[in-house]
Design a protein around this ligand. Structure first.
Ligand SMILES: [Zn+2]
Length: 291
């Protein structure tokens, strides 16, 4: 799965064959399928005030992250009915490998400075957890949409500029909220919080899950207990819709609290404010756990 970045750079072509409306294309409805909830929220923000665009979310399931996700018939239907598919990219959507083959899509991770995960031998795909990178994803989406829907290019670009500016201020405000945090080290559930940690000067000392979907072994619990004691951590962090058994074992062994972070793989929002709420909720959880 060492996909080279060059292979996932996209030339955003427009309407996929079979989906082009036969009438005038001037005001044709542009239906944009977005693989993940964060990509959907960013696409909503990029298409704000652009008439006749419709962003739809493909995966909105009760999952903690998408590593072991399997595409459903319903997902495929949403993708097939859309004019354009926007993906997170960076290797997150392995469940789409067969679908993407030979299909035109827009990759929101194109050109981003990705973390290389040495242990897994692949890029870390959790880019949306860093607001600065989320702004760059929005710009990629805007650039792709501009070439598909030239008529509204200036609006897409203006929206992206606004999103980047807002997310920059937002990130600074969140950082400020963490300045007096007494502990900056965290144990999280899976290794999805490294961009988030980087954005907010936090330090992930370990992830409970060594491999996606695998339960922690007794040896792993022992290692984590040692880290908890070494750094005097009052809490460990699990993830919304993720497994709780290892964290509960740690709680019993070390007396730590178990708090829940959110990767944002499902939700009911539709705007940039909902993206910010996702990040803010995680900041709040950490502040509360470590106060
Ligand atoms: Zn993940």
């Amino acid at each position: 799965m060492k996909r080279k970045l060059t292979l996932i750079i996209i030339s955003a072509l427009l309407f996929l064959s079979g989906c082009t409306p036969s009438s005038s294309t001037d005001d044709a409805e542009l239906t944009i399928a977005c693989t993940t909830y964060p990509v959907y929220l960013l696409t909503q923000a990029v298409t704000e005030q652009v008439p006749s665009t419709d962003a739809v979310l493909v995966v909105n399931q009760q999952v903690s992250c998408l590593h072991n996700y399997t595409l459903t018939m319903e997902d495929m239907k949403i993708i097939d009915q859309a004019n354009l598919l926007v993906i997170n990219g960076a290797g997150l959507e392995t469940f789409l490998d067969d679908v993407l083959d030979g299909r035109t899509y827009l990759d929101a991770s194109t050109g981003l400075d990705l973390r290389w995960n040495e242990e897994e031998g692949e890029y870390d795909p959790h880019i949306w957890m860093d607001p600065t990178l989320a702004g760059q994803m929005a710009l990629n989406i805007a650039t792709g949409l501009s070439s598909v829907d030239v008529k509204h290019a200036s609006q897409y670009q203006a929206n992206a500029a606004q999103i980047i500016s807002e997310l920059s201020q937002f990130q600074k405000a969140m950082k400020d909220q963490l300045t007096s945090l007494p502990i900056r080290k965290l144990i999280t559930f899976h290794d999805g919080f490294l961009y988030f940690a980087n954005a907010f000067d936090l330090d992930i000392v370990a992830s409970v899950e060594e491999e996606a979907g695998a339960e922690a072994s007794a040896r792993r619990i022992k290692e984590l207990s040692a880290l908890i004691n070494q750094y005097h951590l009052p809490s460990v962090f699990i993830e919304k819709n993720g497994s709780t058994s290892a964290a509960n074992a740690l709680s019993q062994e070390c007396g730590v609290a178990v708090c829940t972070l959110d990767m944002g793989m499902n939700g009911t929002g539709n705007s940039l404010a909902d993206y910010e709420a996702l990040i803010q909720n995680n900041i709040n959880t950490i502040r509360e756990a470590y106060k």
